[in-house]
Ligand binder design. Structure first.
Ligand code: NAP
Length: 257
């Protein structure tokens, strides 16, 4: 029996089969979950085709996390497919690569920073709020994806600021939702080859250092270890863990030089 047997999980943020969210959906299905996937706008058609590569069919619903109407309609859209939710995966981020990334930190204009923070950090709260009506008495688990925001990285710039916001947001949600039995945790992944990572100028610099310094080594094409950690946090195997950041980075974060 899988560790998500009988659980109903929303995975928000699947575009390609390289998306971390895709791998989470795959592992979650293997572990017995019923999965619903969401994505937004232009990429929705791609998502609908890509999910056919998952082991089981999944419904795809439209959700732009900056659209209040989408968020308000989310519970109803979900109820068409599941009678409740046990877990929510936030696998969403965006920052304008031309103005916010690449190593010229001081130029970042506020409008673009505001968008990055709204999509990549605030949305953890807005998505969670929208899903709460489906979580019911039994509580549930919310899991998001971060890139270690405790230090300044080459090129990552304002996305790093947005991730710091995400990490803090997760702790406050953990504080307020603990009494309702909802756990909120993040997985801090090492660099993985996905659409979002490709948009980061200079990301290959980081990838090279990672493979050298991580004591366990690091394969930037293998999204499975990250997805498995997300699935473990969604499961009942972590009943007393919330406000936590689990590193899935080959041990990179724990090393000095
Ligand atoms: P990805 O495949 O590009 O996934 C990011 C998703 O966010 C895409 O599906 C994207 O949709 C969606 N998105 C962007 N704006 C949105 C909005 N307004 N509303 C709803 N969805 C929106 O890249 P990924 O690497 O798997 O990223 C997933 C998460 O992992 C992100 O939080 C990322 O920061 C985090 N992470 C990634 C790495 C890495 O090295 N790849 C490392 C650590 C953490 P579109 O494709 O349509 O824009």
């Amino acid at each position: 029996m899988g560790i998500l047997e009988g659980k109903r999980i929303l995975v928000a943020g699947v575009t390609m089969d390289t998306s971390i969210g895709f791998e989470v959906a795959r592992v979650a299905q293997e572990q017995g979950a019923t999965v619903v996937v969401s994505n937004f706008g232009r990429a929705l058609g791609i998502t609908r085709r890509i999910v056919n590569r998952l082991p089981e069919p999944v419904p795809v619903i439209e959700l732009d996390v900056t659209d209040e109407e989408h968020l308000a309609a989310l519970p109803e859209a979900l109820r068409e497919h599941v009678d409740g939710l046990d877990g929510v995966v936030h696998s969403i981020a965006y920052g304008n690569p031309e103005t916010l990334l690449g190593g010229d930190f001081l130029r970042g204009p506020w409008e673009d920073v505001a968008q990055a923070v709204q999509v990549s950090a605030y949305s953890l709260a807005s998505l969670t709020r929208a899903c709460l009506p489906l979580m019911g008495e039994q509580g549930g688990a919310v899991v998001g994806l971060t890139f270690d925001a405790t230090v300044a990285w080459p090129a990552y710039d304002w996305m790093g600021v947005a991730k710091a916001g995400l990490e803090s947001c997760a702790r406050y949600l953990a504080r307020d939702l603990g009494p309702r039995g909802v756990r909120v945790n993040l997985v801090s992944a090492g660099p993985l080859k996905t659409l979002a990572a490709k948009a980061i100028p200079g990301f290959e610099q980081l990838e090279a250092t990672w493979a050298e310094r991580a004591p366990l080594g690091w394969d930037n094409a293998d999204r499975a270890p990250t997805a498995r950690a997300v699935v473990a946090l969604l499961s009942d195997l972590f009943p007393a863990t919330t406000g936590e950041i689990v590193h899935v980075d080959g041990g990179f974060h724990a090393m000095g030089t």
